[in-house]
Every structure is written in structure tokens, then in C-alpha cells.
Design a protein around this ligand. Sequence first.
Ligand code: SF4
Ligand code: SF4
Length: 317
Amino acid sequence: MFIMMKNTNSLQYRSRFIKALAKELGFTDIGFSKASFMEEEARNLETWLNQNRQGNMDYLNNHFDLRVDPSKLVPGAKSVISLSYNYYTEKTQQDHHAPKISQYAYGKDYHKVIKKKLKKLLSSIQEEFGDIHGRCFVDSAPLLERDLAKRAGLGWTGKNTLLINKKKGSYFFLAEIVLDLELEQDQSTEDHCGTCTKCIDACPTEAIDEGGYILDARKCISYLTIELKDEIPNEFQGKMENWMFGCDICQQVCPWNRFSSPHSEPKFEPKDELLEKSKKEWLEITNEVFDILFEGSPVKRTKFEGLKRNLEFLRKN
Ligand code: SF4
Ligand code: SF4
């Protein structure tokens, strides 16, 4: 724990206290931004929604006013604490012909793991700074997580539309605490994509716009394998690159991910069975095996029927 003269009214003290605590809890990075209306982001979101690029994720149309203004989520909110949590691993599925799962879903459901830590962080802030009100979010509320993280200096939005950090890459979850405590705002980071187009060139379904920075979710393998409730359209036959849950291609090719280092969160460790399953075993997976293998895992989101649909689609490739 850091040693510093205690003055709970000092923005510098608050900043150092909260940042040190977040690191102790295992967060990869942390930054602060003002809780206020996000004008530019609101315009971009409106355009994206009007173009129906969200597919059947209808929930993204809801609560527009809240989504673009975090101060509306907590009465009197002054600040947003943005946090990242590393999930990168060098472990991979052993059968190179086996249908693939995105790394973020290898272990236990990140929502639960991270929410617990956010709550601890908020209660320590309350203990230190008194009657503070706040709410914790991890992929769970109408909130522009990536844009807030960018404002808080955690990284820039890459052409693949993910948040990228110059020293840590992009394999991390994002989370937030919106609270009525004033905090020192961090500086946002500049874009370091430069002339690179690796993610655009590598995306097998051309889900990223030609110039980057805009994603058509309807074409993204992550959407097709996780969010889409109907059949996967036939136009994607032969383009799925063997992904059965999510897709990591635009992260795998990103040069900044050479700086990713393995996480140290035991709850994100994949089960041996998951890494060892052969292509044949995946194609023959039963409901019972699915329930045991993915107990407490984000893969449960597709349910057994969803995963079977994806496997069947891949089988026809
Ligand atoms: S996750 Fe896969 S399909 Fe989606 S944009 Fe990235 S490379 Fe394309
Ligand atoms: S692959 Fe290149 S263009 Fe794409 S996000 Fe990474 S640095 Fe940016």
C-alpha cells in the first residue's frame, strides 16, 4: 500500500488511493473521467444504430439517454472510474482442427469475477471517503464502456473497434464505477494504429469497415455465434474460420498484442478438458457434457442449442 499524507479532500490523494487499491485487487489498469454527456460518442452511436449495424441486439436501442450520459446512472454522479482486467493466456486448444472458443470465455464468467472486485473497491472508497454513492458495472448496463475507458486514458479505439493499450494490447475486460466523488481526470491517449490495416485485412467476414473504426455487428463472428438467435445466414458458409464461440482474429493479428502478458486470475484458467477436446468430441458433444464443461462459463450464454447450431454450421463448411 502506498504511503502518503492523508487528505481525503485532495484530488491527488484520492487518485493515488483508488489506483493503488485497484492494482491490489488485480485490475490491469485504471483511469478517471468526468461523468457527463458524451456528445461525439452520442452522434456516432446514433449513426451506427440508424444503419442497423447492431443486428438483433435490440437492447442497444434502449436507454439511449443513459447510455450517452453516465451522470444519469447515479444521482449527483461526478466521475467514472474505468478499469481493465487482463484475460490473455498462452494456452490454446490442442487439436488444431477443433472448433475454436474465444479466449475471453475459457474460464469462469468474468461478470461475476469482476463485479465482486468492483464492489470491494467501491466499499473501500466509501470507508475512506465517507458517504459516497456509486454503482458498479461490468458489461451490464447502458454504458459506453470502451469510450469511457478511452476518455480515462486506458487506451485508444483501434481500427478493429477494440480498446488497445500501447503496453498491454487488447485482451482485457472493461468495467466501471460511476460515483458522486470528484476525481482528477486522466488524459485520453492518442491513436497508434497509424497506417496498419491488419485487422481489416484479416477479418474473414469483412465485418470491419474499409477504413476501420466501424464494425458491422451483423457480419461479426462473435455476433453470429453468440448474439444471433436465428440461423446463421448461408452467406457466411466457409467464412467462419472454425470459430464456434466468439472470434479472436482481429486481436491475434494486432501488432500491439505482442505486448500482452498472461493473466494471473485463477478463475479464468481453462479446464484441461476444454483444451484437450478433439474436433470429433466437439461435434458429438451432449447436453450433459456441455452443462458440466461450461458450468459458470460465459459459453452458457448460447445454451446447448446455440452451440450445437454453431457446430452444425461449421460441420457444413
Ligand atoms: S471478431 Fe472476428 S469477425 Fe468480428 S471483426 Fe474481429 S476478425 Fe472480424
Ligand atoms: S491490427 Fe493494426 S489497424 Fe487493427 S487495431 Fe491493431 S494496430 Fe490498429
